[in-house]
Design a protein. Structure first.
Length: 90
């Protein structure tokens, strides 16, 4: 191995989460800050968090209802047109 090319390794590196949890591990950085850890992650805690800051779910539901309404109206118009064609042929 070449000398003086590897970063310094810290056996007592501290990882700090935004929830306040700390973890001591080995790393090439002395201290790291993370946004989420196993103490606050929904997968590990079993708590489900739904964040819908822009209202995308509501907007999607509204569009789905609107398109379902158009399909029903379109189906009615098609049946009326078919009935009109049949009456003209007779």
């Amino acid at each position: 191995m070449k000398k003086a090319i590897h970063p310094e390794y810290y056996n007592d590196a501290k990882i700090i989460c935004s929830c306040g949890a700390t973890l001591i591990t080995g790393s090439t950085q002395k201290e790291m800050h993370v946004e989420i850890c196993s103490a606050c992650h929904p997968f590990y805690t079993g708590k489900k968090k739904v964040i819908d800051s822009t209202g995308r779910v509501d907007r999607f539901k509204k569009l789905a209802e609107k398109s379902a309404g158009k399909k029903k109206v379109g189906a009615k118009n098609k049946t009326e047109k078919k009935a009109a064609k049949k009456s003209k042929k007779k």
